[in-house]
Design a protein. Sequence first.
Length: 444
Amino acid sequence: MRVTVPQNKMFEAWNAKKMGLGSNLTREQIAHYQLHKVRQTIKLAYGNSPFYRKLLKNFVSKEINCMEDLQQIPFTTADHLREQARQFLCVSQSDISRIVTSDSSGTTGEAKRIYFTDFDQELTIDFFQHGMSTFLKRGDRVLILLPGERVGSVGDLLIKALERAGVVPILHGLVQNIPKTVEFMVQERIDSLVGIPIQVLALARYAEMTKKAIQLKSALLSTDHVPDVIIQELIRVWGCQVFEHYGMTEMGLGGGLDCEAHEGYHLREADLYFEIVDQRGIPVPDGQEGEVVFTTLTRQGMPFIRYRTGDLSRFLPDPCSCGTILKRLERIIRRKDGLVFLKSNTFFTMSDLDEKIFAVDGVIDFTVTVDSLQQATQLDVSVWLLGQSNEAAERALWDALYGVPALVQARKAGQLSVSVKIICSKDTFFPSAPKRRIMELKDS
Ligand SMILES: [Zn+2]
């Protein structure tokens, strides 16, 4: 007899099935499964990866009898990955079917390279299929606003996943020309889309300005942090549900996603074990903020053990109103390296600016440079606006900037000067990279 799982329980049911468990999943069962898998990952990495053989040489003799014992194991960092990516491999290069090169920020300036076998890519497709199925219906037409031309790229994996879910994927790629993409959305009669938050915001604002009717049921925002103001704007313009996906390439692209209650990401616990640690690297109790650290439980080509993500968040201790047993992570709004300190010893983040600047009507993108080499810190903001520049927009932008407490404080103390440049364009391209950051000029 086929049992139908309600849509809000589908993600939990998928995790349970992968863990070899049935319905009525308990935290004890999950802990037991994860401990067993963590041990397997340590064994795989120590036995096959030159990097982990060296890193773990003083630790493998220590028994991991409970998750607290895992604290004896040293962290893996993004710098390790930048410097020694190939040393991480547990398989031969010929077994690698996809290499993802990710951003080249960080102390060394080297790019990160993350390797996947066919088996590892299959894990991602499976996660995408079951994650997307929690809010899509069979036959839905889903626009993919992520790169997907190359085999194994995020868009390509998503196409495979959606096809398996009985959904119609429509690949578009990143938005380059807003009017053209909006036209495409109308023609293709899309029900849902997956895209980068600011790109989707621009489409919504342009569609509203030009009165293009788009009947969107849902949007999934991915790749960069998601400002609350963008969610609210998409709901206002399109009346759609807005879901968030959390993940990074190192996690095998996906870490978790939220449900209809929109109360934090439900974690992909069958494939990943998450910890939140304080500045000293010690795990904090649920509810307390710290850095997100994860260990892969099922990856074969390039497993990660206690990988420091640099993302700051916390586990939400109360159960989600959907009733899932899966752990919840609060939305990521800050990164450890994303705090910009001013001379008055206050700081602000891209997220602080996003919430204020994107609240201004017509804004579709902005870039920020902070020059701390001057006597008074110089903050230069360039804002891309749909339509005409006007006095009201300019005033709203200044108000937005001085809605950020750290900026007001530094300016009052005579330690900050600010310039705002407004750029109006009709066809519009996006100056920002998919992951947006504040550019800082300072003494190293
Ligand atoms: Zn939920």
